[in-house]
Design a protein around this ligand. Structure first.
Ligand SMILES: Cc1cc2nc3c(=O)[nH]c(=O)nc-3n(C[C@H](O)[C@H](O)[C@H](O)COP(=O)(O)OP(=O)(O)OC[C@H]3O[C@@H](n4cnc5c(N)ncnc54)[C@H](O)[C@@H]3O)c2cc1C
Length: 429
C-alpha cells in the first residue's frame, strides 16, 4: 500500500462514513499515523439519497471526496481499497490492493440492505444505500414511464407505473412522498400523452404504524401527509417475495409492479475474520463495550451503524443514524488522544438530538428532545439541519439553490437517464 513506517502508532480506519470521518478528523493532527480505507473515494450523505433517486438533486451534491476532507493533515493516508479479511492474531488486514499491518483497527463499515436470505427478492428489488443504487433507481423510474408510453397493453402500462416501497421507516416515507410529488407536479407536464393519474405509489409497512422509531403523533401525521399526497399506505402487511413482476404478501394482496424498492431492513457490513458468533449480534452488528472495543479485543474497535453498544437505555444498541455514528467517532477520537497523554478514556454517552423525516413540500415531522412538531416549521428545520450536516461548502450552496429552485418552480430537473438501468434503454455503450 506504500504507507511509510512511522514512529507513531498506526490507526487503521475502515470506512469513510459519518463515524470514520468524525474519528479521522479528531486524530488527524495528533501523534498517530492514520490510514483511512474506503471502497469509494467519496463520503456519501445517505439521508439525501432519496432526492437523487427522484431527480431532486444531482449525486455530486451529496458526495464529497474523502481526500479533501482531510487534505493537508500530516501523518494521514487515504487508500481506495476494499477490506476483505482481518487477521486478528497477526494484526493484519487484507485488501484488494494488498495487506496492511495495524496497531489499532477501527471498523466503521456501516450497513447494507438486508433481504433476510431471500435471493429472488434481492435479485429483483431495488435498494437505496449507495449513490450508484440511487442512480439506478432514478433511471428505472424514468425508463418505466418512457416504456409505459410505448405499450398498448393496459396491464403492462399499469405495472410500469405501479411503485411499491417496502418499509415504513424514514427512507420509505421520504421516498413515497417524493414520488407522489413527482406524480402530481411533474408527470402530467412531462407526459401529456400518458394518463399518469393511473400511477400508483404504495408504501407497505409490516407494523401498525409508520416511522415506528418516532412518536405516535409523528407517525400519525406522516401517514396523514402521505394520504393527502395520494400514497396508498398499507399497514400490517408484509411483502413475502418479488419475482420482478408480482410482489406477493403474507395476505391476499398481490402487487403487479415492475418496481419494488426494498427499504425494510439493513444488516451490518462485517468483514471476514471479525464475524464470529461470540462478538456479532443477530443483526450482525459487532458487540462493543462503552469504549467501542469489540468484545474480546482491546485494540480493535467498532463505531457507527456496524457497532452494537448495549446499555440500559439502549438494550439493542444505539439507533442506526448519523448522530450516534458521529458522536461515537468523536468519543473514540478523544479517548485515543487521551491515551497519548496517559489519561483514562471516557465511556460513550449518547446525546439524543432527536429525529426528523420529511414527507414533501411544507410537510415534515420532527421529534426533538423537548418539542415535537409537524408541518411547515418542521420542514424548514429539516432543511436547515440537513444543510448544516452536509459536508462541503459547495455542496451546501448547490443543495440550497436546488431546493429554492425546486420550491419556486415545483420542479426536479435532475430527471435524467444518464446510466440506463433497463437493457432496452442501453443504447450508448
Ligand atoms: C436512504 C437512507 C436515508 C437515511 N436517512 C437518515 C436520516 O435522515 N437521518 C439520520 O440520522 N440517518 C439517516 N440514515 C442513516 C445514516 O446514513 C447512517 O446511520 C450513517 O450513514 C451511519 O454511518 P456509518 O459511518 O456507520 O456508516 P456509513 O455512513 O454507511 O459508512 C460506511 C463506509 O464504509 C465503507 N465500507 C464498507 N465496507 C467496506 C469495506 N469492506 N472496505 C472498505 N470500505 C468499506 C463504505 O463505502 C462507506 O463509505 C439514512 C440511511 C439511508 C441508507
Amino acid at each position: 500500500m506504500n504507507i511509510p513506517q512511522s514512529s507513531f502508532s498506526r490507526v487503521v480506519i475502515i470506512g469513510g462514513g459519518f463515524a470514520g470521518i468524525a474519528l479521522a478528523k479528531k486524530l488527524s493532527k495528533q501523534e498517530f499515523q492514520v490510514v483511512l480505507l474506503d471502497k469509494h473515494n467519496y463520503h456519501t450523505f445517505q439521508p439525501l439519497l432519496y432526492q437523487v433517486s427522484t431527480g431532486g438533486l444531482e449525486p455530486d451534491s451529496i458526495a464529497y471526496p474523502i481526500r479533501k476532507v482531510l487534505q493537508g493533515y500530516p501523518n494521514f493516508y487515504f487508500r481506495l481499497a476494499e477490506v476483505l479479511n482481518i487477521n486478528t492474531e497477526r494484526n493484519i488486514i487484507d485488501t484488494n490492493i494488498g495487506p496492511l499491518k495495524f496497531d489499532k483497527l477501527v471498523v466503521a463499515t456501516g450497513t447494507e440492505t438486508n433481504f433476510f436470505g431471500n435471493e429472488e427478492l434481492a435479485r429483483n428489488s431495488m435498494s437505496m444505500k449507495t449513490i450508484p443504487q440511487s442512480l439506478n433507481l432514478r433511471s428505472l423510474i424514468l425508463e418505466n414511464f418512457e416504456q409505459a408510453l410505448l405499450t398498448d397493453d393496459l396491464h403492462e402500462r399499469e405495472a410500469l407505473m405501479n411503485f411499491v416501497i417496502v418499509g415504513g421507516g424514514p427512507t420509505g416515507v421520504e421516498l413515497a412522498g417524493a414520488l407522489a410529488e413527482i406524480k402530481k407536479g411533474i408527470l402530467p407536464k412531462d407526459y401529456p400523452d400518458l394518463d399518469t393519474r393511473r400511477a400508483q405509489i404504495n408504501l407497505v409497512q409490516s407494523g401498525d404504524r409508520l416511522l415506528p422509531a418516532m412518536s405516535e403523533i409523528a407517525s400519525k401525521k406522516a401517514e396523514d401527509f402521505l394520504e393527502e399526497l395520494g400514497v396508498n399506505v398499507w399497514k400490517n402487511l408484509r411483502v413475502a417475495n418479488f419475482d420482478g413482476k408480482k410482489a406477493t404478501t403474507n395476505g391476499d394482496t398481490i402487487f403487479e409492479t415492475e418496481t419494488l424498492i426494498w427499504a425494510a431492513g439493513v444488516k451490518a457490513v462485517t468483514i471476514r475474520g471479525l464475524d464470529g458468533e461470540n462478538f456479532v449480534s443477530r443483526s450482525k452488528r459487532l458487540l462493543v463495550n462503552q469504549y467501542h472495543q469489540v468484545k474480546g479485543f482491546d485494540h480493535i474497535y467498532a463505531i457507527g451503524d456496524v457497532a452494537q453498544m448495549e446499555s440500559e437505555d439502549y438494550p439493542r444498541g444505539h439507533p442506526m443514524m448519523a448522530q450516534p455514528a458521529m458522536q461515537q467517532g468523536e468519543n473514540l477520537g478523544d479517548n485515543l488522544v487521551a491515551s497519548l497523554k496517559g489519561k483514562a478514556p471516557k465511556p460513550f454517552n449518547y446525546k439524543d438530538k432527536g429525529s426528523m423525516a420529511t414527507i414533501g413540500r411544507n410537510k415534515a415531522v420532527a421529534d426533538l428532545p423537548k418539542f415535537k412538531f409537524q408541518g411547515v416549521f418542521a420542514w424548514f428545520v429539516w432543511m436547515f439541519v440537513h444543510l448544516y450536516f452536509l459536508i462541503g461548502f459547495r455542496n451546501r450552496v448547490v443543495v440550497f439553490i436546488n431546493w429554492v429552485y425546486n420550491y419556486i418552480k415545483f420542479d426536479r430537473e435532475a430527471r435524467l437517464i444518464i446510466r440506463p438501468y433497463k437493457q432496452q434503454f442501453k443504447t450508448d455503450r
